[in-house]
Design a protein around this ligand. Structure first.
Ligand code: PGA
Length: 252
């Protein structure tokens, strides 16, 4: 079974030099990890993708991901980045519907359009879902996020889909969810997938994200039912991200 360690660098590092440094330290630290059952994915900002593409292509042990994509294939869209551009840069994973994008303007319908583009192109989509707070009918909120995105997915595309459960209140380093509750939510999401797609839906990987660091990753990522982690701030520290990967590979 493959576990996923996906690093989301968000809007960092701020300079080209620091970006190159982070890439090269990661390449050194993560060289041989892929063989050990952990798929390592690094998602830098768009502007640093060309820098890192070379490392990824030369087989350093991690795959290249994008943090976002525009929801239309082509057209006059100033400042946007298309899926074709990402693909030609060697990107094989695309994060879709991160809560920080949803907070800007992305509705479930826009997220669904992005998801469809990524899956149709045969790239892996990392669909992010998660509640703002655990009050009221928050299961219903999550159900809507999942179901509105899934409405566009064909069963044949499921092998390219990964879902990341990221409770918004847990993002940013303040507190994590508890491993038990995160597992409960992964089970809930898997049930929704099964209702829509049958058994096949249940095999879509479900990850946890939200304040994962080297010291707390084990109880999340090593339990059965959570297939890996989406890591924000801790992925911008090469040593710490490598420790996360080693823990997941059972080596730390
Ligand atoms: P964090 O971010 O690890 O800094 O909480 C996670 C995410 O936003 O994907």
């Amino acid at each position: 079974m493959v576990r996923y360690a996906i690093g989301n660098w968000k809007m960092d590092p701020p300079t080209r030099r620091e970006a190159e440094l982070l890439f090269s330290s990661l390449a050194q630290e993560l060289g041989a990890q892929q063989a050990k059952g952990v798929e390592v994915v690094v998602c830098p900002p768009f502007i640093w993708l060309p820098l890192i593409a070379e490392y990824a292509e030369s087989g350093t042990g991690y795959a290249l991901g994008a943090q976002n994509v525009f929801h239309e294939k082509k057209g006059a869209h100033t400042g946007e980045v298309s899926l074709a551009m990402l693909k030609s840069m060697g990107v094989s994973y695309v994060i879709v519907g991160h809560s920080e994008r949803r907070a800007l303007y992305e509705t479930n319908a826009i997220v669904a359009a992005k998801l469809k583009l990524v899956l149709e192109a045969g790239l892996k989509a990392v669909l992010c879902v998660g509640e703002k707070e655990r009050v009221g009918d928050w299961h219903e909120f999550l159900k809507e996020e999942v179901e509105e995105a899934l409405a566009v997915v064909d069963p044949g595309e499921l092998e390219h889909l990964i879902i990341a459960y990221e409770p918004i209140w847990a993002i940013g380093g303040s507190e994590t969810d508890t491993p038990d509750d995160a597992l409960g939510m992964a089970v809930f999401i898997r049930k929704l997938m099964q209702e829509r797609f049958g058994e096949r839906g249940g095999s879509v990987p479900v990850l946890y994200g939200g304040s994962i660091e080297a010291d707390n990753v084990a109880p999340f990522a090593l339990q059965e039912g959570i297939d890996g982690v989406l890591v924000g701030h801790a992925s911008r520290d090469a040593g710490q991200f490598a420790r996360i990967v080693r823990t997941m590979a059972g080596e730390a």
